[in-house]
Design a protein around this ligand. Structure first.
Ligand code: N6E
Length: 167
């Protein structure tokens, strides 16, 4: 039974038909390529957390007004009562060049060369929706960290409308 919910951010930068991913050097998702993000702290908004985590992990600055919320993902892991509630954002306006940090090694990838084999297994399910500009809501139920027991994805008309009914 899911009884706890933790809110996370996940930010993808886009430039010239490329997407910025970071190779996680430690902690949850170590050795996987992913967007940049982490837990929302109690004293900040979700947008502030998204910009802060991007800065901490890649040294890139983004204005919160440039972050477009494109998806809501929910991850559960069999036997773990915590649900990860992940707010996904994309931005194509930002300041500074990505640099390696203690947490991530950043790299731009061509959209036809995304390293799905070295990413979370849910990514190759929902990246195509993100890359075709769709808004969506996905839930994924994992067994361990490599097996998806079941999932469901729904395309959305607008994120605002979704959050009006999904609190
Ligand atoms: C299960 N399938 C998944 N697929 C794609 N992305 C996933 C994911 N599960 C977690 N994520 C993302 O991974 C980051 C973890 O963040 P994480 O490093 O744990 O957070 P934070 O930096 O606050 O932690 P510490 O400060 O190290 O405790 C965070 O962006 C979160 O959205």
């Amino acid at each position: 039974m899911t009884i706890l919910k933790k809110v996370y951010t996940l930010v993808f930068l886009r430039k010239d038909n490329k997407i910025l991913l970071g190779l996680k050097k430690r902690g949850f998702g170590v050795n996987k390529w992913n967007g940049f993000g982490g837990k929302v702290e109690p004293n900040e908004t979700i947008l502030e957390a998204a910009a802060r985590e991007l800065k901490e992990e890649s040294c890139v600055d983004v204005k919160t007004s440039e972050l477009q919320n494109i998806a809501h993902l929910e991850f559960t892991f069999e036997g773990d009562p915590t649900m990860m509630d992940v707010r996904v954002f994309s931005a194509n306006v930002f300041q500074g060049e990505p640099k390696e940090t203690e947490e991530m090694i950043p790299k731009w990838f061509e959209l036809n060369a995304i390293p799905y084999n070295d990413m979370w297994p849910d990514d190759n399910i929902w990246f195509p929706l993100m890359l075709s500009g769709k808004l969506f809501y996905g839930i994924f139920n994992f067994k361990g960290f490599n097996t998806i027991l079941n999932y469901n994805i729904q395309e959305l008309e607008s994120m605002e409308a979704f959050y009006k009914i999904h609190k």
